[in-house]
Ligand binder design. Structure first.
Ligand code: PAF
Length: 294
């Protein structure tokens, strides 16, 4: 695996691949890699001849009171995992390389996509994500890019950015990987104490409970969301949202009326359109997010 710390070095290497007609697959990350990231790398390999990963902890997407400074940086271990997974090129710029001047030109997602849910509780988050991803796309110029469904809203924002800005990139979604007890793999799980780690699977369990209840009595969605919130609160969580949304734009479903969407056993039998339940909650000082398509 070649490690490229500079834009010029990366461009030269990838230009040569493009001239040779090779397809480039890209997985951007902030490092502290786990099996979920590695699955995205392997997925990229299925669509590309050359797999490029990036590691860059993007200051623009962190709020002033968030964990930018203490975000785990594990570069050596990350490189070993990427090499083992057969990644060809790692782009690992420092801040001066990617942001040589203050990044005053930004990509602003549609507020109806970027200012709800995560964007509501983390103002400016999707501005920072869209800006860095657009910049990374311009440098890497991948044919295909893979993003995990764990960050469901991020995936939706990136897909819309690519479509609206006519970027010639095929965005693929990677399934969420979970620990044996259901906890979604996340770099932030490392912040949990042993007791919190034991409690953490309740987030996904609550999503599963809510999904089941919504299937049975979709007309009671609002009450059920409130019950799910209470369930978490009773166990010491501080939920920010736990809510049923349409998959396509993460807006509240217009209705839970007559069954039309029943292609899978797990579909929300009474919803007219595919839905997803999304949640964010603090467990102690650690903020966890998760989601479940229904
Ligand atoms: O999902 C992440 O790790 C980050 O938001 C991303 C896409 C690498 C942008 O910094």
């Amino acid at each position: 695996m070649n490690i490229q710390p500079t834009l010029a070095g990366l461009r030269a290497e990838l230009d040569a691949h493009r001239r040779a007609g090779r397809r480039i697959g890209f997985v951007p990350t902030m490092g502290n890699l786990h099996a979920g990231h590695i699955a995205l790398m392997r997925q990229a390999r299925q669509h590309a001849d050359v797999v490029v990963a990036s590691i860059f902890v993007n200051r623009l997407q962190f709020g002033p009171n968030e964990d930018f400074d203490r975000y785990p940086r594990t570069f050596e271990a990350d490189c070993a995992q990427l090499a083992e997974a057969g990644v060809d090129v790692l782009f690992a710029p420092d801040e001066a390389e990617l942001y040589p001047q203050p990044q005053t030109y930004r990509v602003l997602p549609d507020p109806t996509h970027g200012d709800i849910l995560e964007g509501h509780f983390r103002p400016g988050f999707f501005n920072g994500v869209a800006t860095v991803v657009c910049k990374l796309f311009n440098v890497v110029q991948p044919h295909v890019a893979v993003f995990g469904k764990k960050d469901y809203q991020q995936l939706m924002v990136i897909r819309n950015m690519v479509q609206q800005l006519a970027l010639p990139i095929d965005v693929q979604a990677g399934e969420t990987l979970r620990a044996h007890d259901g906890l979604a793999l996340s770099s932030r799980n490392g912040y949990l104490s042993a007791a919190e780690r034991a409690e953490a699977p309740r987030l996904y369990a609550t999503l599963q409970w809510l999904a089941e209840q919504i299937r049975l009595t979709p007309q009671h969605a609002a009450d059920l969301e409130a019950q799910a919130t209470q369930l978490l609160t009773q166990h010491g969580w501080q939920p920010q949202y736990i809510t049923v949304r349409r998959r396509r734009d993460l807006h509240p479903p217009t209705s839970f009326s007559a069954a039309t969407h029943s292609s899978t056993a797990h579909s929300a039998a009474n919803s007219a359109e595919p839905l997803v339940i999304l949640a964010a909650a603090f467990l102690g000082k650690t903020r966890l997010i998760d989601n479940l398509e229904v």
